[in-house]
Design a protein around this ligand. Structure first.
Ligand code: BES
Ligand code: MN
Ligand code: ZN
Length: 521
């Protein structure tokens, strides 16, 4: 889809569809009001008849609005005006795209982006509209030979800004939004691929092609090179499968000084998790193809950061393999030696994510990182704790946890800070090795993080458990692309700090007099 930024009146748009918002209790937005006036109160009449109440996410498609030059006007409910916030804005944009795809309109001008929200500027409005639009249009139908339910995708979307002087900020927001959306699409595509296609080697080749095509560096380590590094823990998981493992390392040197400490992202890349000898139950096991979502989102965020040419140094590290049962697989009770030298007693072969991540975390030390953030579909326990709403966030520095929480909040991709007190380490004691790979049922997501923390002592570190947020089950089964938006915002914030751009992006740089006021915060 092609995007454009434009300023101009809604009644003058010669286009298939104009999208405008209306609040509950029949309050019109500026754009809806302009259409109402030119049509001698046509919009107001429709609302008075009660066919559209302005409830958040509701839509009504109008045809033949008098004196308007467009073929259709799509009314989008925004809910209560005083409750209109970032979340409601994203929901309204999503609803507008859904309604649009149910018509044959292939071109639209949206005035939802002209609305104002406290603490958010034009650039943010356009960025978020772009991300939400492309997210809503995403389909994964590569393997369908007959496409009966193909949805129509509009060819061109124009996002309106109020003033000509906003055009520049709008273009910046669009570029950012496109980078984030393409990072998410990249992550979703990889994640949705079945395990027989997205093998460790496929993942590594795709990551390398992506990095090189954007001018970044890539290094792919094969089994021999991984063994050479002494990654006994990672290899113990990999050897249970006929698919060979890979260690993917991507590098973006965007800072002025190549010697600046990099941010390191580490992603869990289990391309299929059967559980190994501690085999998982059969029901829903297909979803364990999503056990590489940490890897996919780290690669997606890397892609976005490079496309945005973020002025930071960034390293992505992805250990990738399958977790399968076989004669070569780990057995409960096996003891392995990690790259750090710590020995691990494997009490459950299904707790394999931490076994591959611990060696990647040790490997990260060689980059003298400013920060390391790992992303993993690590525990079912995290889904029990937080459901599918928020990502579990753990850190060995509270300030880093705050940074990541704030980044997620800014872009509606939230994470919740969980405790990581020393007491939890008790549960990981092993009578035979330095540490056990499981800590029992209580606080399962925390003991998993506590395990990882033992390998992340050399730097500031955070861990994102995305087991509940990386994909959806049921009839809308599919990868979400989360937490690409959170990660990109975090990296952007880091870049702003590094370059002294103290005005946090996403905050208004000037007061907008017509800002919709809400007194809640
Ligand atoms: N990949 C799973 C975690 C998972 C399970 C994510 C379900 C999303 C949905 C991970 O490798 C795993 O199997 N973890 C075990 C750990 C347990 C054996 C301590 C789990 O959560 O059951
Ligand atoms: Mn597992
Ligand atoms: Zn797993």
């Amino acid at each position: 889809m092609e995007f454009n930024i434009k300023s101009g009146s809604p009644e003058k748009q010669r286009v298939a569809c104009v999208i405008v918002g209306v609040y509950e209790s029949r309050k019109l937005t500026l754009a809806a009001d302009l259409l109402d006036r030119v049509s001698n109160g046509f919009i107001g009449d429709v609302l008075r008849r009660g066919d559209m109440e302005g409830k958040l996410g509701s839509t009504l498609m109008l045809h033949a609005v008098p004196h308007a030059l467009c073929d259709r006007v799509l009314l989008v409910g925004l809910g209560k005006e005083r409750e209109f916030r970032a979340k409601e804005y994203r929901e309204a944009v999503r609803a507008s795209i859904k309604a649009l795809t149910q018509t044959s309109a292939n071109e639209a001008v949206s005035y939802l982006t002209e609305l104002t929200i406290k603490k958010h500027d034009v650039e943010w409005m356009i960025e978020q509209a772009t991300v939400v639009t492309l997210d809503a249009l995403y389909r994964f139908d590569r393997f369908k030979t007959r496409n009966d339910e193909a949805v129509r995708e509009p060819k061109k979307m124009t996002l309106a800004v109020q003033r000509r002087s906003d055009l520049n900020d709008g273009e910046k927001g669009l570029a950012r939004g496109l980078a984030i959306a393409e990072g998410m699409r990249f992550a979703k595509d990889l994640a949705n691929l079945p395990g027989n296609v997205c093998t460790p080697v496929y993942l590594a080749d795709t990551a390398r092609d992506m990095a090189l095509s954007l001018g970044a560096e890539a290094e792919i380590l094969d089994e021999a090179a991984i063994a050479e590094l002494g990654m006994g823990s990672f290899l113990s998981v990999a050897k249970g499968s006929v698919q060979p493992p890979r260690l993917i390392v991507l590098k973006h040197y965007g800072a002025k000084d190549k010697a600046d400490k990099p941010v390191v992202l580490v992603g869990k890349g289990i391309t299929f998790d059967s559980g190994g000898i501690s085999l998982k139950p059969g029901e829903g096991m297909d979803e364990m193809k999503y056990d590489m979502c940490g890897a996919a989102t780290v690669l997606g965020a890397f892609r976005a950061a490079v496309q945005m040419a973020l002025p930071i140094n960034l390293i992505a590290i992805v250990p990738t393999c399958e977790n399968m049962p076989s004669g070569n697989a780990n057995k409960p009770g096996d003891i392995v030696t990690s790259m750090s030298g710590q020995t691990i007693e494997i009490l459950n072969t299904d707790a394999e994510g931490r076994l591959i991540l611990c060696d990647a975390l040790t490997y990260a030390e060689r980059f003298a990182p400013a920060t390391v953030v790992d992303v993993a579909t690590l525990t079912g326990a995290c889904v029990i704790a937080l459901g599918h709403v928020t990502t579990g966030l753990f850190a060995n520095q509270d300030s880093l946890a705050r940074e990541l929480s704030a980044a997620g909040e800014e872009v509606g991709d939230r994470a919740w800070h969980m405790p990581l007190f020393d007491e939890y380490q008790e549960q990981l004691k092993s009578p035979f090795a330095d540490v056990a790979n499981i800590g029992g049922r209580p606080a399962g997501s925390i003991t998993a993080a506590a395990f990882l923390s033992r390998f992340a002592k050399a730097y500031d570190w955070a861990h994102l458990d995305i087991a509940g947020t990386a994909w959806k089950s049921g009839k809308d089964k599919g990868a979400t692309g989360r937490p690409v938006p959170l990660l990109v915002q975090f990296l952007q914030d880091r870049a702003d700090i590094a370059t002294g751009n103290v005005v946090r992006r996403g905050r208004p740089r000037r007061e907008t007099s017509d800002a919709i006021d809400d007194d809640a915060d």
